[in-house]
Design a protein around this ligand. Structure first.
Ligand code: NZQ
Ligand code: ZN
Length: 391
């Protein structure tokens, strides 16, 4: 196991009706003037935003509102939010929504106290300072409620990049699984897929003897395989939604990723798809993961075979471990299709003729030197072949 430090100071408030405590938690973490940030309207339609406002009013905390965050959040609204926070003296940002709203909030939080262009952070500068952020999560997916990361799409060129820093880990995150019951089935499934990807991207490691995190990841994957179909069959299954919501947090606050190298090639390859086609990030991952895994499988066939046996219930073929490994990848693909995810470029809305453009931005955009690195290093030729496997 590699050396590591693990700093995860977020206060998690989990369960029914917990959104009504938002105001008290803002106060506890020092907020006196709040920006309420949200998306395209689901939180208005569900009545959640009104309940959150009431909880702020109960604590006599003034607030401003900035809605309109789009899935795959854009840089334009971040600049608008930074201006607003500076002009109005906002000292706390409360995100009410999904990963996109939380990521946009984190970007505003970092940009408001930074004497420069916030995009610097998305070109690799580490975030050292930010306004405090709190979240009220409405979809189990991105894990941004516990992560030190934010992903934003730059409108000039439509490419997507991530920024990191412990300063943007939320001070508190309110997780009420009942709030996810209004999700359309496709978004629920996309969230499940993203959580599975966060687990696989950590499982694919070159670090030896990391049994504790291997086993934790396998347990979480088994949970997703069990609970995913239950929640698709019955969107009001609170217990299944609760298990998925906590799994989504644990999958991505790095509890299960410490002390080991990680992959993230599938995420990087997918980010170009959701940036260009504006598809759901999880849906893009459903098409990306089986292709990437098949392409890199031989780098460590026993690792894929282990997942196949322990997660997907395959029989180990000791003479031909690659057969077992492949069966595990096929089981993953079939699971994702069974919960309603797309299986290829066409179903995702992606176009084969765009592959050179996707590869160019992926491998050479933003200072990259012709390749991406994770479990294996993939150059432009590898990435071209992987995108072609998705057609
Ligand atoms: O905008 P509204 O109207 O709220 O609708 C949203 C949106 O259309 C809707 N929705 C959310 N909760 C709902 C709901 N509709 C009905 N009822 C509810 N309870 O769902 C749609 C998707 O929302 P979004 O916030 O985009 O989903 P998600 O949480 O999957 O976030 C995706 C973004 O997170 C990034 C992705 O790249 C993508 O941009 N990621 C962020 C990470 C991080 N910060 O650590 C890691 C991830 O790997 C990921 O890259
Ligand atoms: Zn993700």
């Amino acid at each position: 196991m590699n050396n590591f430090t693990f700093y995860s100071p977020t206060c998690f408030v989990f369960g029914k009706d917990t959104e009504n405590e938002a105001g008290a938690y803002v106060k506890r973490f020092g907020g006196t003037r709040v920006l309420l940030h949200y998306g395209g309207g689901s939180v208005i339609r569900s009545g959640l935003l009104d309940r959150v406002k009431a909880s702020l009013e109960k604590e006599n905390i003034p607030y401003l509102e900035l809605g309109g965050v789009k899935p795959n959040p854009r840089s334009g609204l971040v600049y608008e939010g930074i201006d607003l926070c500076r002009k109005e003296g906002v000292d706390f940002i409360l995100a009410v929504g999904g990963g996109s709203t939380i990521d946009s909030s984190k970007a505003i939080a970092a940009g408001t106290v930074y004497d420069g262009d916030f995009w610097d952070f998305y070109e690799g500068k580490r975030i050292e300072q930010a306004l405090p952020v709190g979240t009220i999560l409405t979809i189990a997916a991105a894990g941004s409620e516990g992560s030190p990361d934010s992903v934003i799409t730059r409108e000039e060129g439509m490419f997507k990049r991530g920024a990191s820093g412990d300063a943007i880990r939320p001070k508190f995150s309110i997780l009420n699984p009942a709030l996810t019951e209004t999700l359309p089935p496709y978004q629920t499934a996309a969230g499940i897929t993203d959580i599975i990807a966060h687990l696989y991207e950590r499982y694919l490691t070159n670090t030896k003897e990391v049994e504790v995190t291997d086993r934790l990841i396998e347990a979480l994957l088994l949970t997703m395989v069990h609970e995913g179909p239950r929640v698709i069959a019955d969107p009001h299954n609170y217990e299944a939604r609760a298990n998925i919501m906590w799994a989504g947090m644990v999958a991505h606050n790095n509890t299960v990723g410490v002390g080991r190298s990680q992959d993230w090639n599938s995420h990087n390859i997918e980010h170009e798809l959701s940036a260009l086609y504006d598809c759901a990030h999880g849906a893009g991952l459903a098409v990306t993961m089986p292709a990437v895994f098949t392409y890199v499988m031989n780098h460590d066939v026993m690792r894929f075979a282990k997942a196949a046996v322990r997660v997907w219930g395959q029989q180990m073929d000791f003479d031909h471990p690659e057969v077992t490994a492949k069966a595990g990848i096929e089981a993953l693909r079939n699971f994702l299709i069974s919960i309603g995810m797309p299986k290829n470029f066409e179903e995702l809305g992606a176009k084969e003729e765009d592959i050179p453009k996707l590869v160019e931005v992926l491998c050479y955009g933003d200072g990259r030197q012709g390749s991406i690195s994770g479990f294996v290093t993939l150059n432009a030729e590898d990435c071209t072949k992987i995108y072609q496997m998705m057609v």
